[in-house]
Design a protein around this ligand. Sequence first.
Ligand code: NAD
Ligand code: ZN
Ligand code: ZN
Length: 343
Amino acid sequence: MKAVRFVRTGQPAEIVDIPKPMPGPGEVLLKIAGAGVCHSDLHILDEDLGLKGPFVLGHENAGWVAALGLGVKDWKEGDAVAVYGPWGCGHCHSCQRSSENYCHNHASLGTMGGGLGSDGGMAEYMLVPSARQLVALDDLDPVLAAPLSDAALTPYHAIKQALPLLTPDATVVVIGIGGLGHMAVQLLQALTPATLVAGDIDPAKLEHARALGVSHTLDTRDADAAAEAIAAIAGPRGAAVVLDFVGAQATVDLGVRVVGRDSRLSVVGLGGGVVQYAANQPPYGCQVSVPYWGSRTELLEVIALARAGRIRSEVETFPLEQAQDVYQRLREGRIRGRAVLVP
Ligand code: NAD
Ligand code: ZN
Ligand code: ZN
């Protein structure tokens, strides 16, 4: 079967022919419908995130059950499923609470999940190590559902942690309206009455935010002007929540500057920015958070929102063979919403 593989940092993803895997005891084989192309893959390909290749990329996957390993019950061939991506040990405190994203044994597992150390979904078929990583999609289109497992789940987790602050009189700022950000603004609209401000350096992404119903959009290339505009919207209280889906120094600095007291700065992007601390800066009472992905329970909640029509991933689809070109487009900011590779 065709697959897109990470080999080593600094080397482009390679398109290869590899044997179709067979499910061992407890495993499930999926026929892939779609694999989302996350910016984290660019961090893996271009920087060193400490993952050892080769492995098949793609950590945002959905498809259909193709074969069941020995002992797997309750699923049948053809069931449409999303893959819960963060694969933990299954038995530590976090995993028992369904938060495998915070598994305490990740270091010793040698993988963060399929496409993140183990073979992922940018292929015709994918092995899922345990049926507990499958979530039923029922009538949802698996191509549109693939991004729900990360591009929507990650902001959902960050937003859920911040919900007590997202009251009708609060302002929330979303920075970076790409794959994660375009889902974040929809999730905020579905879940909270807070005033929403979207920031990006790309006018096309700001136009996308407006198309999604966001009325306050800001070009953050001029940080002073952006900070002033946010202050004018939020008033003396400042932003109650900033969700930073870039995490670069410029965006972290902007976040620190615009949050008010008793607030939350959630840095989701892996852009390498550093939050400096001095007295009252970030302001007193600000919680700085570095959320990672989300829990399996939260994925069920995200899928429920999508099934109810409250959120919808916007996808551009490409064949597997175009993976290198798609990664280049993502690097250059030329993807609207999420790119999904369709075998
Ligand atoms: P993306 O490329 O789809 O979107 C990034 C957006 O940020 C684009 O719209 C781009 O124009 C904008 N942007 C870039 N630089 C900017 C700047 N300086 N100021 C304002 N906007 C800027 O990326 P994505 O797939 O949405 O991922 C976003 C980030 O989140 C990446 O760093 C990714 O690795 C990370 N991520 C983290 C987690 C987690 O669990 N913490 C999960 C998934 C992705
Ligand atoms: Zn990702
Ligand atoms: Zn664990």
